[in-house]
Design a protein around this ligand. Structure first.
Ligand SMILES: [Zn+2]
Length: 211
């Protein structure tokens, strides 16, 4: 008999739960785990309270075999920027450090596009990301480096805009095409569609509507 788990629970049973939900198994039941539990519950006709009791455990049992597969259900590709100054490179290690500081257990994005168009893998695609509240379980998170004016602009931190280099635009296009091939029917969105923030500084839904 599995114990009831909820926000704040820790340990091996939480890891087991996280593996079944294709989450990073860090053994800590935080907001991302809660979000994934609620989505699982509503998808399975359970009351979406975020608490893993006997009914939710029962529904989770058959998912262990499928959780070992390398894919999870994805129907959204969500675009972000790093919110760093235009023209300045920002490494995956730097992104990871800032995400750890915010309480995540790893880099939140699945891919980061460097200024020169390099596509840098972040979190494995088979594991849900940490980049867009309410959409993490069902999406792949892609982030380009930039999004703010150069450091010389006063208050650059508070301004969000499209700073993509030509190389980044090209790389984004090819990565999104590849992802859409892997996840047929997935739609492309900007973070700004789901949160009150300017990220990624352009209308991603419109720009990639015809891909
Ligand atoms: Zn974002």
């Amino acid at each position: 008999m599995k114990p009831t788990l909820k926000r704040g629970s820790r340990g091996e049973d939480v890891k087991d739960l996280q593996k079944r939900l294709a989450l990073l198994p860090d053994g800590i039941f935080g907001p991302l785990t809660e979000e994934a539990v609620k989505q699982f519950q509503s998808a399975h006709g359970l009351s979406a309270d975020g608490i893993v009791g006997p009914k939710t455990w029962t529904a989770l049992v058959p998912t262990l075999a499928s959780a070992s597969k390398t894919s999870r259900f994805v129907d959204e590709i969500i675009i972000h920027y790093t919110a760093t100054p235009q023209g300045e490179e920002f490494s995956n290690a730097q992104i990871k450090a800032s995400h750890l500081a915010r309480g995540f257990s790893d880099i939140g994005y699945h891919y980061v596009i460097g200024l020169d168009g390099e596509i840098r893998p972040g979190r494995p695609e088979a594991i849900a990301g940490a980049h867009c509240t309410g959409h993490n379980s069902r999406s792949v998170g892609v982030c380009y480096v930039g999004g703010c004016p150069p450091r010389s602009v006063k208050g650059w931190q508070n301004i969000g805009r499209d700073t993509r280099t030509e190389a980044q635009k090209k790389a984004l296009l090819s990565l999104i095409r590849e992802l859409k091939g892997r996840y047929p029917g997935a739609t492309v969105h900007g973070h700004n569609e789901f949160a009150n923030k300017p990220c990624p500084g352009f209308n991603a839904c419109k720009e990639y509507a015809d891909l």
